[in-house]
Design a protein around this ligand. Structure first.
Ligand SMILES: [Ca+2]
Length: 377
């Protein structure tokens, strides 16, 4: 789902969508969970207001008013009886652990050298290859129909949930309730845009439950409310999930076929270009100027990038592109990224996430992608 207001921050991965206990580096990115507007420095809690260790809902008149408005608006928007929403909210539980996880210091300073090994482990690569082998018959028709390669679909699912091994054990209603009404103040700053985002997701959760006939109290996911094999937020679920196995339901929790089709459909929705490259490694001229684009849209021709000193290290179609520079284990690496790179960042705004997904996809497909490059004379 699209939220232009959000910056690209690794924090989004680590803070917003982990379905693992917070603080673990391999926290799974959720679909398009927004990052805070600014990177967070280590959070400092005011000494006078220690976070309680138990789940005591810090209800205020303001929250009561917002809940009433939420019930009214959601009932109207999705034609759901207000009583039903009100009753569900009354059973939703405030989770202090989720508030604390959101307020935790940013991990946005992680370098690619530190980030890559979290996602590209030998066991994950092996598992991905096996998963491809085992599911080829279901993946091929999806790839043929959408143009999204099977290995890219699998890489997303591998990074998000380890192919279903870790889809999150948080009660999604509780998580979104907590984040909608109690999104924490971080570094003394309120986060109204984040509150609004999660309020909308909570509202869409009610719609999703109605449309898919889910028990809203039974849904499990990440602590940010991302669900299923591809970790879709409720709005993404509603918008992009598709019924891949033809049983009339969109079940991203147990149907691999639905998940394959849905992840591919998400990419199609953002303009995935079939048969086009994602990244190519750049050769760098010795006198190249540092170049950091403001965002990841492919806004430059290859000629423009070459004039700045960055050239593809192999022949590649002349398509609009951008440049991603990463601090890798062997020093800075430069990559030319195309539209499909940008599309992957719609799943998670971190460019390192997109690189990890792409490299994992290439590993799964057993395709070389990372030839070492030296500066041109
Ligand atoms: Ca289905």
């Amino acid at each position: 789902m699209k939220r232009n207001v959000w910056n690209v921050m690794l924090l989004a991965i680590l803070a917003a969508c982990a379905s693992q206990p917070a603080g673990k580096p391999a926290a799974t990115p959720a679909v398009a969970v927004p990052a805070p507007v600014e990177p967070s420095a280590p959070a400092v809690l005011p000494v006078s207001v220690p976070a309680p260790a138990v789940d005591i809902e810090p209800i205020t008149d303001e929250v009561i008013a917002r809940k009433a408005e939420f019930i009214r608006a959601t009932a109207k928007r999705f034609n759901i009886p207000a009583d039903e929403i009100s009753n569900a909210l009354a059973q939703a539980k405030y989770k202090q652990s989720i508030v604390n996880a959101m307020a935790r210091p940013a991990e946005s300073t992680r370098t690619w050298a530190q980030y890559r090994p979290i996602f590209l482990t030998d066991s994950r690569i092996r598992q991905g290859r096996q998963y491809l082998e085992d599911n080829r018959a279901d993946l091929e028709p999806v790839s043929q129909k959408t143009g999204v390669p099977a290995e890219v679909i699998l890489a997303i699912m591998g990074v998000e949930t380890g192919w279903g091994g870790n889809m999150g054990s948080h009660n999604v209603l509780d998580a979104l309730y907590t984040l909608a009404f109690y999104y924490p103040v971080i570094n003394g700053k309120a986060n109204p845009a984040r509150s609004a985002f999660f309020t909308d997701e909570l509202s869409q959760l009610f719609a999703l439950a109605k449309e898919e006939r889910f028990d809203i109290h039974a849904l499990k996911g990440s602590y940010a409310g991302a669900m299923g094999l591809g970790q879709f937020m409720p709005s993404s679920y509603r918008k992009y999930a598709v019924d891949g196995n033809g049983d009339g339901r969109r079940d991203l929790f147990t149907s691999k076929q639905d998940a394959f089709a849905s992840v591919a459909n998400y990419f199609v929705g953002f303009g995935w270009q079939p048969q086009k490259p994602v990244f190519i490694r750049a050769n760098v001229k010795a006198d190249a100027l540092p170049f950091k684009p403001e965002n990841w849209e492919p806004a430059y021709s290859l000629a423009e990038l070459a004039s700045k000193g960055y050239m593809p290290n192999a022949s590649v179609e002349d398509l609009p592109a951008t440049l991603l520079s990463l601090e890798g284990a062997q020093g800075f690496e430069h990559w030319i990224g195309f539209k499909n790179f940008w599309v992957i960042t719609r799943y998670n705004r971190s460019p390192m996430y997109a690189m990890a997904v792409w490299q994992l996809s290439q590993e799964i497909a057993q395709r070389p992608y990372n030839e070492s490059v030296t500066a041109s004379p």
